[in-house]
Design a protein around this ligand. Structure first.
Ligand code: TRP
Ligand code: ZN
Length: 915
């Protein structure tokens, strides 16, 4: 650490900016080695505050000149800040001109202005604009931008920035220029420029109000045939935001540009979104169904930011979830609304909850736990987390649950009425939703509800139910507690909406009638008094009891339907009750959840059992009732393939680890693999039938129904390859029938989903045919970077070879196609191994941790954001069993003690060691 770098930024310390910047005129002379930036600003003192110096942020810049009102001026440097003290003292605005240079080619951090494949790109969120010019680099300073780009015309024929192109033309020496004016004021983190050899797919659309817009997707020449899906997703996004929230596109021109060097998924720069190629490019030959659906979500997400983030932005970075939680909620709703069938909506919800529980719950229980609105940070980039994004989205979803879908739309309308054009806080958002719904539970409980913003940690809701046959009542007691998190030893009760239903013996939902609730009450409550199906119980106390009356026989409770709150639900279900829910629950989420609980229970018994199974193969972890239930699901005549695939997918190793106090990753892996093997062997005939019944012959489309069928048939192949390992017909050896068929499938497949699933089935069964197929796959797609990423990831994530994958990973890093500088490629090998392959990573000899520490330090010198994300692989070290625990701590200590560590990585490892 360099001295003075590790300064903590605190939310409470917020003060308004000393100055405002009204207009910015930027002129770029683009050159990869040395780009010249002329920045002419109109600046005005904030007269609400006492007069003070103007301190501008800058990083890795060479300063050539500073002028005020056309005159040279005195200035000093304070660390990275340029300090101007002798400024015009009155409230009048003045012109400030700053001339700097920077070195885009040397910019390996990919923040600020950088070069990728001979083109220029920018990334300014959160604090990258200071790497382009000196500025008040904070989101509450909003300005109008005029940008002139000058560059060599042959090398950089396309010159883009935010807003509208107002002028372009030739210059001397083969150069040319383009001038862009953004009609909307914006914070500097939304600035963008792109220059290079790019081609575009273009689409003209008409808004509801009859306005014309041009949509463009820019890619490298040769990738144009992979932009149709992104363009379709963009058109759907525009239509959806207008239809669902009445929010139109406010620009004549909306551009998306793809780059293969990008730290994150994509960026919502005003009118000029910049995307990781992974979330733009797709063709049936190169992209899987998952890729197609991710593209739809991310295109939607960035587009929706145009209102939630750009028109209304964040006052400070502690409010990040104001735009991210809300925009994730919006992209989740968008993807659900695009589903034709209700069952597909449920599948999307289950997928989203799975992400929350396998990634966010561990974060909330670990050393990096932070509230949705954090109180402090060292490096803001570390707080682009699943808590800010996914848990933030759940908080917004609970608001919608509490005010209803229409009430939420009214709340959004009020939010825009009040705050359009402003930089605001999470409080402002919650207040608007509540004020638009004054009689709602949200309005009545607002201060308590906002604890979701201030308290970290995942609440645990414990439920207990008793049936009284004599009184014909069912008494439900709910209690909540939330474990301590760093800096927050004690928590106050949350407002928790609990979706609730009672199932009769025949599986039907019972009529729900609460004791003491009148049938004749006027108003909204009257309709609620006797309602079948789901009822939203809004918990506010540490412990509460509800009595349901007129219940004729003991029911089975269905709790937290639709996953109505981001909590862990504890209920002591019997297997019989879970099997009943799995068979009958009218709530598809809880139907799936029942199956997961059954599997988790069996897994935990095996993991915790004192004696390991003799050969560590865990051949009978699952009982007959569970296997019978899975068979029933597979044979079910009306359930969707996508839903079947979700039910048959066992809880992940990460999810299982979170259910344990002490984690032995090898043991968890062995037990889960045993369970997979058991399903494969016990259900072989069903998997064969499923495979045969889920072949599509028509043209490829990535819709929910056909991608569900591909997912299920892919699972069947993988199970059949596993079953072949211990097929009785071949004695203790294997039969090659299904591996052979899988190889054939791999060769014949007409789309990437089927091809990749077949390849993965061979690899994960450890069959010798896998090596041949992997080589063939590489040869087929050697020029498709995103496919080669998959090829690397499949090998780094493999669990065959007795888990001894590390030598292969080291070998992969020596491959000609490997590069540490390209984030997608680095992640495909290193993050997949360290964060997606627990049994191979957590080695008793600690070699996995040594590898991790070497890579974190190596990457830190190149790209701190990528390094800091990898650093989080050992977040949960303190839960590990020995010898893993001590070895992991040692590896983290080694990283933490490195000199000159970035503040990104420094913050992650020091927080880990404090655990
Ligand atoms: N605002 C972007 C999004 O969620 C996130 C993002 C893109 C980002 N690139 C980044 C955040 C670089 C930090 C650093 O849509
Ligand atoms: Zn976002």
């Amino acid at each position: 650490m360099k001295e003075g770098q590790a300064l903590m930024v605190r939310r409470e310390a917020y003060v308004a900016p000393s100055h405002f910047i009204d207009t910015v005129e930027l002129t770029f002379d683009l050159d990869p080695v040395k780009t010249r930036v002329l920045n002419r600003m109109r600046v005005r003192r904030n007269t609400d505050l006492p007069a003070q110096a103007l301190r501008l942020d800058g990083e890795d810049l060479t300063l050539a000149r500073v002028m005020v009102n056309g005159q040279g001026t005195s200035f000093k440097m304070d660390g990275n800040q340029l300090v101007l003290e002798n400024l015009p003292a009155d409230g009048e605005s003045f012109e400030l001109e700053i001339f700097t240079t920077c070195a885009p080619l040397k910019n390996t951090k990919l923040m600020g202005l950088y070069v990728s494949n001979d083109s220029f790109f920018t990334q300014c969120e959160a604090e990258g604009f200071r790497r382009i010019t000196y500025f008040l680099d904070r989101p509450d300073v909003m300005a109008s931008y005029t940008v002139t780009l000058r560059a060599d015309k042959a090398k950089y024929p396309v010159l883009l920035s935010n807003g509208n192109l107002v002028e372009q033309g030739p210059l001397d020496d083969g150069r040319h220029f383009a001038k862009w004016v953004d009609p909307h004021r914006k914070p500097c983190y939304l600035f963008a420029l792109v220059a290079g050899q790019l081609v575009s797919r273009e689409q003209r659309i008409m808004s509801r109000a009859g306005k014309e817009h041009t949509l463009q997707v820019y890619v490298r020449p040769g990738d144009l045939d992979k932009t149709e899906h992104a363009m379709n997703s963009l058109m759907h996004s525009v239509a959806w935001d207008e239809a669902r929230f009445g929010l139109p596109l406010d620009l004549e021109r909306f551009m998306i540009v793809a780059t293969s060097d990008f730290n994150m998924g994509a960026m919502e720069n005003k009118g000029l979104n910049i995307f990781n190629t992974k979330y733009v490019l797709a063709s049936q030959a190169t992209a899987t169904d998952t890729d197609f659906s991710n593209i739809e979500s991310v295109v939607g997400h960035e587009y929706f930011h145009n209102w939630t983030g750009n028109r209304i932005t964040c006052r400070d970075w502690f409010q990040l979830s104001l735009k991210e939680g809300l925009t994730v909620f919006r992209d989740q709703e968008f993807s659900q609304d695009l589903c034709a069938e209700a069952s597909a909506r449920a599948v999307k919800r289950i997928e989203d909850v799975r992400v929350l529980r396998t990634a966010q719950f561990p974060e909330d229980a670990g050393p990096m736990a932070h509230p949705v609105r954090p109180d402090s940070y060292i490096e803001i980039s570390n707080f682009y987390t699943v808590t800010i994004y996914e848990k933030g989205a759940e908080v917004v979803r609970m608001m919608q649950t509490l005010v209803g879908r229409d009430g939420f739309a009214k709340g959004m309308a009020l939010y825009f009425e009040r705050h359009d054009g402003q930089a605001v806080t999470c409080d402002d958002f919650a207040q608007a939703i509540a004020d638009a719904n004054p009689t709602s539970d949200l309005a009545l409980l607002l201060p308590q509800f906002k604890r979701w913003y201030s308290q970290a940690g995942t609440p645990r809701v414990h439920a207990q139910g008793t049936y009284d046959a004599g009184a014909r009542t069912y008494t439900l007691t709910l209690s909540q507690r939330c474990p301590p998190t760093p800096g927050q030893p004690v928590k106050e009760p949350f407002v928790i909406p609990v979706g609730f239903g009672l199932l009769a013996a025949n599986g039907d939902d019972l009529l729900l009638e609460l004791a003491g609730e009148s049938h004749t009450t006027a108003g909204a409550h009257a309709t609620r008094a006797r309602s079948a199906g789901t009822r939203m119980l809004v918990m506010t106390q540490q412990s509460e009891t509800r009595v349901f009356i007129n219940i004729d026989a003991e029911p089975v409770p269905s709790l937290l339907r639709g996953f109505s709150a981001p909590v862990v639900l504890e209920f002591d279900y019997t297997d019989a009750q879970l099997l009943h829910l799995l068979r009958h629950d009218s709530d598809p989420f809880n139907r799936w959840e029942a199956g997961q609980r059954l599997a988790v229970n069996s897994a935990l018994v095996a993991i915790k059992s004192v004696a390991a199974s003799a050969d560590n193969t865990w051949a009978s972890v699952l009982n007959d009732a569970y296997i019978g239930a899975m068979r029933e699901v597979l044979r079910h005549p009306t359930l969707d393939a996508a839903f079947k695939e979700l039910v048959l997918t066992l809880p992940s190793e990460t999810y299982l680890a979170e259910q344990l106090d002490v984690v032995d990753p090898q043991r968890i892996h062995a037990v889960r693999e045993g369970m997979r093997q058991q399903l494969a062997t016990a259900l072989t005939a069903d998997w064969e039938a499923i495979y045969a019944a889920n072949q599509d012959t028509g043209a490829y489309t990535p819709d929910a129904v056909s991608s569900g069928r591909r997912a299920l048939s892919g699972m069947a192949l993988s199970q059949l390859c596993l079953a072949a390992r211990v097929s009785p017909s071949a004695g203790s050896g294997r039969t090659d029938e299904w591996p052979g068929k899988t190889l054939q499938r791999f060769k014949d497949a007409s789309n990437m989903t089927d091809r990749f699933n077949a390849l993965a089935a061979l690899v994960s069964s450890g069959h010798p045919l896998a090596a041949n197929a992997l080589a063939k796959f590489h040869a087929m797609f050697k020029d498709e970077a995103l496919v080669i990423d998959k090829w690397f990831a499949l090998q780094a994530g493999a669990t065959d070879r007795g888990g001894n994958i590390l030598p292969a990973v080291r070998q992969l890093m020596k491959h000609n196609d490997f590069s540490l500088r390209n984030p997608n490629r680095a992640r495909s090998v290193i993050s997949t191994y360290c964060q997606g392959n627990p049994a191979a990573f957590h080695r008793p000899d600690a070699a996995g941790y040594v590898f991790w520490s070497e890579r974190v330090m190596e990457l830190d010198a190149i790209n701190p954001q990528v390094a800091a994300r990898l650093a989080r692989a050992l977040d949960r070290w303190s839960k590990l069993a020995e010898p893993y625990r001590s070895a992991a701590r040692e590896a983290i200590t080694r990283v933490a003690s490195k000199a000159d560590l970035s503040k990104d990585t420094h913050e992650v490892v020091t927080r880990a060691l404090a655990d």
